[in-house]
Design a protein around this ligand. Structure first.
Ligand SMILES: Nc1nc2c(ncn2[C@@H]2O[C@H](COP(=O)(O)OP(=O)(O)OP(=O)(O)O)[C@@H](O)[C@H]2O)c(=O)[nH]1
Ligand SMILES: C[S@@+](CC[C@H](N)C(=O)[O-])C[C@H]1O[C@@H](n2cnc3c(N)ncnc32)[C@H](O)[C@@H]1O
Ligand code: SF4
Ligand code: SF4
Length: 326
């Protein structure tokens, strides 16, 4: 079966699958007022997820990241992990979490087949963590990270959104942490979203200045691995951890785009900032629909745009990243 490819020669072997829009945190850049429910949510069922993963795996998907909202809030989260891990073509299974449930469940998730975990930690100062996320859970999240390291996950990455006036002076504190802890720390430039425009104006800061500083301090840019995605990664002989920078406003950021997204309600998003999602759910009812589903994926891929239009302030259908999983 032919691989998913767009008109710019980019191949898509990485699926970011959102399994819920619901979240229990209130990050200022994402859901400052918390998750607003509008009736009983109808998120993809286990059976639909299984059909979806099967189709994507037949057209080249090797890596799946389960995301949300907060994916671990789903009561069947461990079953979701198991179903995806059972697919032999998926060689990398990851999740991105706010870490709230990590200390309690890391071992169970690992045993179900999860091997890579990204945890969002915007500050190492408990008070600032509370201020940014709306939750006083810094110590609980850090305990979760320790548990994940003990359990033996292949990769533990930490995501921090760079925020002017909040955590943009915290680099030394973060560096101190990764000196002796083998984690990958990634700074993500704040991205504008439909509902996050004012926050963006107030707190956006470019990651480029961190790059310049790191290079001055002897950090070296790692060679690009085709499976890496858009982060630029840096290593230093005196540090056990690594640093990654995700800078979506940099030139050519999208040239290495290798990922597609499916929302918790089963819509395909060709870009994080696409203008619309394409319904897949009608083709997730039965395994007999796989050929039709695959044909729809191929048909959509050729319409994927070369880049996002964030520089012009066009944020597409994405009101906040909890709606599509970042
Ligand atoms: N604009 C843009 N931002 C992205 C993209 N991929 C990741 N990001 C941003 O980086 C954040 C962190 O991503 P993660 O969920 O940790 O996953 P990842 O960057 O794909 O991580 P790895 O799989 O470990 O390379 C996302 O929530 C987004 O904010 C992308 O393709 N485009
Ligand atoms: C939407 S969350 C979903 C997973 C989980 N709830 C978490 O926070 O890790 C995924 C990632 O998106 C990032 N994110 C959310 N809104 C963002 C924005 N406006 N700009 C940049 N990153 C953002 C978060 O920091 C998080 O690392
Ligand atoms: S970034 Fe993640 S934890 Fe924070 S509000 Fe959004 S979905 Fe929730
Ligand atoms: S912004 Fe869109 S096109 Fe660019 S890397 Fe992200 S998903 Fe791909």
């Amino acid at each position: 079966m032919s691989q998913l490819q767009d008109n710019f020669g980019r191949r898509f072997h990485y699926l970011r699958l959102s399994v819920t829009d619901v979240c229990n945190f209130k990050c200022g850049y994402c859901l400052p007022d918390g998750y607003q429910s509008s009736g009983k949510p109808q998120f993809l069922t286990l059976s639909e997820i299984s059909h979806l993963v099967s189709a994507f795996s037949q057209v080249g998907t090797q890596k799946i990241r389960i995301t949300g909202g907060e994916p671990s809030l789903r009561r069947d989260f461990t079953d979701i992990i198991r179903i995806i891990a059972d697919n032999q073509k998926i060689t990398t299974l990851a999740t991105t979490t706010n870490g709230d449930r990590l200390a309690k469940h890391a071992k169970t998730w690992y045993e179900a087949g999860l091997r890579n975990i990204n945890v969002s930690v915007d500050s190492l100062d408990p008070r600032l963590f509370y201020q940014i996320t709306g939750e006083n859970k810094f110590h609980q999240v850090m305990q979760g990270i320790d548990t994940a390291l003990e359990v033996g996950f292949d990769r533990v990455k930490i995501n921090a959104v760079l925020l002017k006036g909040l955590n943009d002076q915290a680099l030394p504190q973060f560096l101190n942490w990764i000196k002796t802890t083998p984690i990958d720390l990634r700074f993500i430039e704040l991205m504008e979203t439909g509902l996050g425009s004012d926050y963006f104006q107030q707190h956006h800061v470019a990651g480029r200045q961190i790059k310049t500083w790191l290079l001055q301090q002897g950090w070296q840019l790692d060679p690009v691995n085709i499976a890496d995605g858009p982060a630029q990664n840096f290593s230093h002989p005196d540090y056990l951890g690594r640093i990654g920078l995700i800078m979506p406003y940099e030139k050519n950021f999208c040239a290495s785009c290798n990922r597609l997204r499916v929302s918790a309600k089963g819509k395909l998003h060709l870009c994080l900032f696409t203008e619309y999602g394409v319904t897949l759910r009608d083709l997730l009812v039965s395994p007999l629909q796989q050929a039709e589903l695959i044909a729809r994926l191929h048909g959509q891929l050729v319409t994927k745009k070369q880049t996002h239009f964030l520089h012009q302030g066009v944020t597409g259908v994405t009101q906040h990243l909890a709606s599509i999983g970042g």
